[in-house]
Design a protein around this ligand. Structure first.
Ligand code: DON
Length: 310
């Protein structure tokens, strides 16, 4: 990073204040009704570094619904379990479509474009459901291990809300099943997927939990191998090309970091060999990415002078 000694803590506070001072833009997701109950003005940011520092500002310790950020963790679990066979069932190309689009899936015979759109994450949910005796517990336990916090929890209210408004995800899963690309029963796959989306975590917890992706697969806090260096590279590549959905090109163009958003308003960005940035602000742009999150990650990356394309 540009200047090791400058005060990142103060800088984060100033950057967050600058976002608070501009009039709010974007809309809180309401297609999952429980997500719309959140206070839209909450805003947090955390930066964790591989040398053990954690900086934060605003609501950085308040848990929120991680939603699609869970797709990163599910992908790592599935890669660890089934290895390269995974890539026979899911592709690694950007979709250029909204995260919950179904159109491409029919043309492409039930093979999702990538593991971080909804179709791809449902495919991953099928892999996990089929390879763990209790995939939901395995997922929660993975999150608790990575965050080093046994209080990380599944928000049952969000889960129920998703379950009763999940028709589009059900359609994606049944379409893949019709192409024989889903093995387990669809309700079981959906239940796993909604469970992982309903995990609640704070910016501080998420930033620290993802440090292994900034450190070639090894958690720098305890030297535990979370995934291979090759798989960490692959996840970062997918996040760079697809993690911000059909805003991924613009995000690469203007920021240049592997990133993943969630409709709960969270956003994570990996700074390889340095650390992880996590922001949270529930108002979303038309791509389903947090408006403030995109602004803040861009400002922090510029401040630190980091981009994978430098
Ligand atoms: O399946 C859904 O639509 C949500 N549980 C997750 C979508 C999501 O977070 C997309 N990210 N921006």
């Amino acid at each position: 990073m540009k200047n090791e000694t400058f005060d990142l803590q103060e800088k984060l506070q100033a950057l967050l204040k600058a976002q608070r001072d501009i009039s709010p833009q974007g809309k809180v997701a309401n297609y999952i009704p429980a997500l719309a109950e959140i206070n839209p003005n909450l805003m947090g940011v955390s930066v964790a570094t591989i040398d053990g520092k954690v900086f934060g500002a605003g609501d950085d310790k308040v848990p929120f619904s991680i939603q699609s950020i869970s797709k990163v963790f599910g992908l790592v679990m599935a890669m660890n379990r089934v290895g390269d066979k995974l890539w026979e069932r899911v592709n690694m190309e950007p979709s250029g479509q909204p995260f919950n689009s179904i159109i491409q899936l029919e043309w492409e015979k039930g093979i999702p474009r990538n593991p971080v759109i909804n179709a791809g994450a449902l495919l991953i949910a099928d892999v996990l459901t089929s390879h763990f005796s209790s995939s939901k517990l395995a997922f929660l336990s993975f999150m608790r291990t990575l965050s080093d916090d046994k209080n990380v929890y599944i928000d049952k209210h969000i889960y129920q809300s998703e379950l009763s408004h999940g028709n589009r995800n059900a359609a994606l899963a049944y379409l893949m099943k019709s192409f024989n690309n889903i093995q387990a029963d669809v309700p079981e796959v959906l239940s796993h997927y909604f469970t992982q989306c309903s995990v609640s975590m704070s910016c501080q917890q998420l930033a620290q939990s993802l440090l292994f992706l900034a450190n070639k697969g090894v958690d720098p806090r305890n030297n535990k191998v979370i995934c291979s260096a090759k798989d960490a590279h692959r996840v970062n590549a997918i996040l760079s090309t697809s993690g911000m959905y059909d805003q991924s090109g613009e995000f690469a163009f203007s920021v240049g970091l592997p990133a993943k958003s969630g409709v709960g308003g969270g956003l994570i960005a990996i700074v390889p060999n340095h650390g992880v940035i996590c922001t949270w602000s529930p108002r979303l742009n038309r791509f389903g990415n947090s408006v403030v999150g995109v602004n803040l990650v861009a400002a922090i990356a510029e401040e630190l002078g980091v981009s994978i394309y430098h």
